[in-house]
Design a protein. Structure first.
Length: 218
């Protein structure tokens, strides 16, 4: 994983604590990074607990299906069941997709934790500092542009996650400028898909496209 991607994930957690950002100084970052990593790993641990329950339910359903299959219903009670073909129903596919999604989030959280806590790897923290300092210095301008392109939406009523994703991406686009425009926008869209609502990805993509045009970014 790239250090900048990890920094964006941590920034999203940090931006949820707006008061912390406004009062943050450089000596606080080590503690902030540690707390953010803990938030990610704790969320992953909670999701893994839910996964364990889902897997157990799936296992019980498969065992029940096998026991009630005509092949096994005709066998003596005191013998083991014979494995039978299992149809891949849409319900089972949905559960598998959920498990894969949670596994991906968990691996990502662990990777971010590793990158953010390695003493010799300062790239994550350095980029996080750049994003956060840019927002501290330019919050009003950034929020004004979001308000301008949100077509009548009250910025205070926007989905908090969407607003913070936009803020992070706009810090990168307008002030940090250390990554290609396409990468910044694509990463913001992926964060929206991962953490926000079904409509958030297209909303974030649309706003950032207008920001690029408005500011003649290349």
């Amino acid at each position: 994983m790239q250090a900048r991607r990890a920094a964006r994930e941590l920034a999203l957690i940090l931006f949820s604590q707006m008061e912390s950002i406004q009062n943050l100084n450089k000596w606080d970052f080590q503690d902030i990074v540690l707390k953010s990593v803990r938030t990610l790993t704790n969320n992953s641990a909670d999701e893994l607990k839910n996964v364990a329950t889902t897997i157990l339910t799936m296992k019980e359903s498969i065992e029940e299906y096998e026991s009630n299959h005509p092949t096994n219903l005709t066998r003596p009670i005191d013998v083991s069941n014979i494995p039978v073909p299992l149809p891949l129903t849409s319900d089972l596919q949905g559960k598998l997709d959920e498990l894969l999604n949670i596994a991906e989030k968990t691996m990502l959280a662990l990777e971010i934790a590793e990158m953010a806590t390695l003493e010799e790897n300062t790239d994550v923290k350095d980029y996080l500092i750049k994003i956060t300092n840019s927002f501290k210095e330019h919050k009003d301008e950034i929020d004004e542009q979001i308000k301008k392109f949100a077509f009548g939406w009250d910025i205070n009523r926007l989905v908090k996650m969407d607003k913070d994703i936009l803020r992070i991406a706009m810090c990168e686009l307008l002030y940090v400028k250390d990554a290609p425009l396409k990468v910044i926008i694509d990463e913001a869209v992926e964060l929206a898909k991962k953490y926000s609502t079904d409509d958030s990805a297209s909303f974030v993509n649309g706003i950032l496209g207008k920001v690029v045009i408005e500011n003649n970014l290349k």
